[in-house]
Write a protein that binds this ligand. Structure first.
Ligand SMILES: [Zn+2]
Length: 204
């Protein structure tokens, strides 16, 4: 997933400050002051306000002027103009944050609920539970075939994939051929050490 971040700027005010002697074009001219405010968007949803900013250019030659190049009076004028603008971002602009937080909260909660369920699944295995396995060779799956009081028997998948995203593609009945027994305590250990990193059960 890639995140598309953008900065959206708006001109809050544009004023000319007169009587400026430009050191670049040597003309008595005006300073062009542009004050900007804005916000950052994530996937085109406004997320955070940006600090107010400004640019100063010579109205005659267009050269960028630094604040440090101004005399005391000019500096005062610029600061006063800057402080007189207020960029109030309408609250609805930032509803994006709420949306993202809500989705995030929902995702976390779903994750917690799933882990809770998995703990039940590992303690009380069912026939046809599918264990997603990560070992030194890659990712594979086991499918529970039979459960006794202290052991479970699983069909091991014939295939191993190099990335967890491919695991769905090998979880097909024809790949389960080799039966192996485990002590229930062993399987719990595998779950606690994340070798079994997910358990899928088709709820009726
Ligand atoms: Zn100039």
């Amino acid at each position: 997933m890639t995140f598309h971040l953008d900065k959206i700027f708006k001109v809050l005010k544009r004023v000319q400050i007169d009587n400026y002697s430009c050191g670049s074009c040597n003309k008595k001219t005006n300073l062009d002051l542009i004050i900007k405010g804005g916000y950052i968007t994530l996937l085109f949803i406004p997320m955070l306000p940006l600090k107010k900013d400004y640019t100063l250019t010579c109205f005659n030659c267009g050269k960028r002027i630094k604040k440090s190049d101004l005399n005391y009076i000019e500096k005062e004028k610029v600061v006063n103009e800057f402080n007189s603008t207020r960029y109030k971002v309408p609250f609805r602009h930032f509803s994006g944050i709420l949306i993202v937080l809500t989705i995030l909260g929902f995702a976390i909660n779903t994750g917690v609920q799933m882990k809770k369920k998995e703990k039940e699944y590992i303690l009380k295995p069912n026939k046809k539970d599918v264990y997603l396995i990560k070992n030194n060779f890659g990712y594979t799956t086991y499918k529970v075939q039979n459960v006794t009081s202290d052991s479970i028997f699983v069909y091991k998948n014939n295939f191993i994939v190099d990335h967890f995203s491919k695991i769905k593609s090998i979880d097909v009945d024809t790949n389960y051929k080799i039966l192996q027994g485990f002590k229930l305590s062993e399987v719990i250990k595998m779950y606690n050490s994340n070798i079994i990193y997910e358990i899928n059960r088709k709820e009726p």
